[in-house]
Design a protein around this ligand. Structure first.
Ligand code: SF4
Length: 417
């Protein structure tokens, strides 16, 4: 490719705040087709160090090069594709699924030296936790995080834990959704806690409640500290008969000593303390959208992800993980109709793969997960071509203590029937 000679605009200054704010906004109403990186202005500050020779490649060029790099790497490399990835990534995935299914699958591929995870950062960390020591995990774009996971900063969680202990509330089992930093999974491993996914959260909650009260606990009621997603925690608690007023929300933005905005008595009689995190994609769904879908398509089944708000889950016919949603639609009889409340790339794919059924997204606005979206195929191309040349870029590698303790929490989850 000829070198570029035109003058480029200076890149904007990037701070953590700008990144987080940007992640909270959806790139609405864009087509989902791949455009060259140079036309995706946001990528200029998402991971700037991708070599310039990749910036102007169009979709057919990138796809041909990814295919060539994959052929060179052969069985030394596996590519994992999360359900929310775009089609130009999914077509190269050896397996697609939710984060836990992908990490588990990768751990059973001993021939693979490289695990290229097309998803977000916490998923690549989970793959590293479950991988074999000789395997290397690569995330094509290191700025592909998860805005929900970022809402549980480990320091804020440790501070909450200390505040609860100072208040005499010690009978707490920390439960982290898999969408969280590896350091928080390790925290759970060290403190008698556990990891959950959106599939097994109710069973994990049962496990946590079955643990006996600790001798010095002031309230004598077993409790769960659930982070980072308040909505999954609340929806799961309700499924297990926990009352709304037994699930206070811990506002991590308040100063130390504020008890997360709760009265001590409220915390003492609580059963699930919910971290004030959310997924910006799933917050877009509303009961009004459900009403509209039912009005326009009588007999339709509304199926949503449990990261949606309580009102949405309550109004829907079914709720469950991405795996559950995909399986339910695939197994439904021909002619079935589904309005789906989850990320648009998955919904569009389900519609394409089930042409004998009506499948559409509850939200009429095209709104992909903006952090998943950062795995632009040019990044996958770059990561694979580097691996084929014997160089590793963007390796996600945890320290031994974090990996060991996080694995304990994951293994507790695997043992939950
Ligand atoms: S859809 Fe929500 S929870 Fe999933 S990766 Fe995107 S921001 Fe995170």
């Amino acid at each position: 490719m000829a070198p570029r000679t035109e003058t480029r605009e200076p890149l904007p200054t990037v701070t953590e705040d700008t990144l987080l704010n940007e992640a909270m906004q959806c790139p609405t109403d864009r087509p989902l087709d791949t455009r060259p990186l140079a036309e995706e202005r946001a990528f200029a500050f998402w991971q700037k160090d991708i070599p310039e020779r990749y910036w102007r490649l169009d979709a057919p060029q990138i796809i041909a090069r990814i295919a060539a790099a994959r052929r060179r790497l052969g069985s030394r490399c596996v590519v994992l594709g999360h359900h929310y990835q775009r089609e130009d990534i999914i077509q190269f995935a050896d397996v697609r699924g939710d984060s836990f299914k992908l990490a588990q699958w990768a751990s059973r591929q001993p021939q693979a030296e490289f695990i290229v995870f097309c998803g977000v950062h916490f998923m690549a960390e989970s793959a590293d936790i479950l991988s074999q020591p000789r395997q290397k995990v690569v995330l094509p774009n290191m700025s592909a995080g998860c805005s929900m996971a970022d809402m549980a900063d480990p320091e804020d969680v440790y501070a909450c834990w200390d505040e609860l202990a100072e208040a005499g509330i010690t009978d707490v089992v920390p439960v982290t959704y898999i969408n969280s930093a590896a350091s928080l999974k390790a925290f759970c491993g060290r403190n008698g806690g556990i990891v959950c996914t959106s599939s097994n959260a109710p069973r994990v909650l049962d496990w946590a409640f079955q643990r006996g009260p600790r001798p010095n606990d002031r309230s004598n009621t077993p409790k769960v500290l659930f982070f980072p997603d308040q909505h999954l925690g609340r929806n799961t608690g309700l499924k297990r008969g926990v009352a709304l007023d037994e699930m206070p929300v811990w506002d991590y933005t308040l100063p130390y000593g504020s008890l997360g905005g709760n009265a001590l008595e409220q915390l003492e009689r609580s059963r699930v303390i919910l971290w004030k995190g959310h997924c910006s994609v799933h917050l877009r769904f509303s009961p009004e959208q459900i009403e509209k879908a039912r009005r326009e398509h009588p007999g339709i089944t509304v199926i949503v992800h449990p990261e949606c708000r309580r009102e949405v889950v309550r109004a829907a016919d079914l709720d469950g993980s991405t795996e559950f949603i995909a399986k339910t639609i695939a197994e439904a009889p021909s002619g079935s109709k589904f309005a789906v409340g989850t990320e648009i790339n998955l919904v569009s794919r389900l519609a394409r793969e089930n042409p004998d059924k009506l499948v559409f997204c509850l939200d009429p606005v095209v709104c992909p997960c903006s952090t998943m979206y950062r795995i632009h195929p040019a990044y996958l191309c770059w990561a694979l071509e580097e691996l084929a040349e014997g160089r590793i870029v963007n390796q996600v590698e945890l320290d031994d203590d974090t990996r060991r303790d996080a694995r304990i929490a994951l293994e507790r989850m695997l043992a939950v029937k």
